[in-house]
Every structure is written in structure tokens, then in C-alpha cells.
Design a protein. Sequence first.
Length: 255
Amino acid sequence: MVEIKTDQSLEAMREAGRVVAQGLTAVREAAHIGSTLRELDEVAHEVLREAGASSPFLHYKPAFAPTPFPAVICASVNDAIVHGIPDDYRLHDGDLVSIDFGAKLDGWAGDSAISFTVGTPRPEDTRLVETAFAALDAGIAAATVGNRIGDIAHAIGTVCRKAGYGIPEGFGGHGIGRQMHEDPSVPNEGRPGRGMALKHGMVLAIEPMLISGGTDRYYEDRDGWTLRTVDGSRAAHAEHTVAITDDGPRILTVL
């Protein structure tokens, strides 16, 4: 069931989204050569504490997971696509990092992700990250009243495929509200004009995931959470929580 949020609820979700944006900004600023992923998790945790918010990631245990998630960010480096667990890995010059972060404030959730290079970027990584954000922008632009879920999926997939990148099979965005994951699912590839119609008050987490090697295949790491590319190629992830409104898409996870 898809919950249609009131305008008052959208304002409350905007405040949760603001905390998410603050956390991602802080993590990006703290990510230097030599920083550990666990240190970045602590930076994000401090943002939550200062805001009086909680983490929808910490202790989250979906059906596929063998253990609850142990952190407030997902930190995925290089060939890790999504769901990386922060540990004592120290960032190296040229590492490609994706950080996924959520916050829950006054009963409402926000969810967003960024990808960036630490130190000196490889040109191919710069192109990958730029394409991930271009695909996100295309998906957001299609998130308008009267369009359908398939229009968002088609917009994202078109950008990714035109650039020659793979899209992890079976993974995409989702509805969000009182819970981090709600209906409907938002695929990263699909046919325009298909799927659920978009209405004022729907809120979606739109999140392209790109594999630079061009394959859609991935494997699950031994930790039961991290998804990695099968060919060792690098991956990028970009995400925003977006409200569908009569005035156009409204990004809730910005400062």
C-alpha cells in the first residue's frame, strides 16, 4: 500500500531530509586519505545525535540479511556497489567511495547517497560519478504528477545504458515515509508509461546504481551485506528522497 503524505507530513520529511544532507556533507568533508570507514560512520552518528534524530540503518535486518546492519552509513569502496559495512579500512588516494545515509526525525525518514573520489580522481571514475548524478537528475525530472513509475525507471536506465554502464539487477529505489522502505519499488530501468501513476503526496527514494564494467551482475560478499561487481570494476551510487507535488518534484534531502 502506498501512503499519500499530507503537505504537513512533507514538511516534516523535509526536516528529516535536511539532517541526511548535513550528515552526508560532514562525511564528505571528513573523508581524506588515511581516514577509516569507521571514523566516517562516527561523523554521521554525531550529526544524528546533534539533531536528535535516529538511524533507520542501524540494527536494520531485512529478510536477506544474516545479521542486523551494524552502522549508520553504508560505505562502499571501489568495486563495492552498495551496502558496504564501515570497518577499519583506511582510504587510499584515488579510492571511489559511495556513502548511503538515512535519518529518522519525529517519526519520518529520509534517505540519500553520494559518490566521490578521495584524493586524485581517475578520469573514468569522474565520468562514472557524473553519470550516476545525471541519471539521478533524469529520474527526478520524470517524477511529476501524471507520469508513472516506469517513466522514472526509463529516464534513469536511458542515461546509464547510453554511457555503457551496467545496472545491478533487481536493485533500485523505493517509497519512503514513516519507514525507510515502503511501497512502491522504483526500478532503475523500465518502460515509459507503465506502472503506478504518480500523485501529489507520494514520496520516493530515487537511487541509480551504476557498474562501470557494463555488466548487471554482482555477488554478495561474505559479510552478507556488501554487493560487489563480479569483474572487479568500480561502481557508483546516487540517491535523493523526492516528493511528488503539483508544483513539480521536490528534493527533500538537500541542505
